[in-house]
Design a protein around this ligand. Sequence first.
Ligand SMILES: *Cc1c(COP(=O)(O)O)cnc(C)c1O
Length: 391
Amino acid sequence: MLPAPVSPTRRILMGPGPSDVPHRVLAALASPTVGHLDPYFLQIMDELQTMLRQVFCTQNKLTLAVSGTGSAGMETTVVNLIESGDKMVVCVNGVFGGRMADVARRAGAEVFLLERPYGEIFDAAEIEAALKKHRPKVVGIVNAETSTGAHQPVEDIAKLCHAHGALILVDCVTSLGGVPLEVDKWELDAVYSGTQKCLSCPPGLAPVTFSDRAVAAIDARKTKVQSWYLDMQMVKDYWGSSRAYHHTAPINMNYSLHEALRLVLEEGLPARFARHHRNHIALRDGLAAMGIQYAVPETHRLPMLNAVKIPAGVDDVAVRKQLLTEFGIEIGGGLGPWKGQVWRIGLMGSTSSASNVLLFLAALEKCLLDKGANVPAGAGVAAANASYRAG
Ligand SMILES: *Cc1c(COP(=O)(O)O)cnc(C)c1O
C-alpha cells in the first residue's frame, strides 16, 4: 500500500518557529523549477541579494542566502572567520549561544565562554573586560535568544569589539524582520538569519551578510575554510559575476524567499516592527489579566517571542496538547533549565496579528479552565481588546 499523499492539517504556528507562511510565499515555492544557471534564476538571485541588503540595512557586497537552515548560517559565519587556534569569545545566555560555542569549537577555535543565566542579557562592560582579557579575533553573540525571549542590544558591543581589534558575529535568526536591525549603522561584521522566523517563509535558507572588515579577514586566511559546502570564497563566485558552479541552489526555496522578502518590503520595515510591537503589547496585557507572568524583565523583552511562566499546578504538556488538537495552535515549551517552567508564545512575521492574539487568549482560557485552573472569565480577551482600542 502506498502512503497517503501529503495532506497536513492547517496549524496556527505560535511557537518559536516556523511561523505561518502566507499563501503568496507557498505559491512561489510551487513555481516551475528551472536550472541553477538559468538566466531567470540568476535574475532571482540578484534580486534576492538586493532585497536582503534592504532588510539587513546594509550595502555589504557579500550578502546572500546560504543553502541550509539558520544553523547553516551560524556555521557559515563561524567557519569562514575562524581558523584553527583563533580565539573567540562566545556569549551564552540560552540554547543558541551554546550552539554557537559548539560550532566554534568544532571549527578549531579556542573558545572563551561568557555566561549569563537564561532570560538575562550581557552589558557592554563585561564584554569589554573579556576583550581585554582574551584578545579574541571574534566575539559571537545572539541578538534575539529564541530559547528565552531576551533581546540583546549589540550596537555598543560592536563598537567595543572594533576598538579592541575584534570582529563581531551576530545571530539574528529571530530578530530579522521583527525588530530593528541595522547592520551598517551598528557596524556588525558577520550576521546570519533564517527564513522561518519573522520572514515567514518555510525553513531552508539562511540569509547572511559580511562587512568589508569580515571579508578582509576571510581574504587574509592562511588555511582553507574547514567546510567545503559553506566556504564563502567559492559560494560568492556562484552568487557573483563569474557564476561558477559550486552546488545546485535549492531553486524553489529561493523563489519562496524572494516572495517573502517582497512581502516584508511591501509592508515596510517600520510598519512591520510596529505591528510586532503592537500585538506583543496586546498579548502581554491579556496574559497579565489572566495572572500569567513573563519570564524576562520588560526592559529587554522580544516582541516576537513571549516566554511566560506556566501557572503553578498547570500541566505544561497537557495544555499545549489541547491547544494543538482543539484549536490547531502550536506554542513552544521551555528549553534547558526552563523545560516545564515556561511556554514560548511566538508572534513572528505573519503570525503576529490581532486575530491570533485574541484567539490564543480565548483558547488558552478554555484549556486552563478545563484543567481546573482558576482564571477570571473573559479577562484576557477583554484586556487585549482594551489594549488594541487604546491604539
Ligand atoms: C531558530 C534559531 C536558530 C537555528 O535555526 P534553524 O533554522 O533551526 O537551523 C539559531 N539561532 C536562533 C536564535 C534561532 O531562533
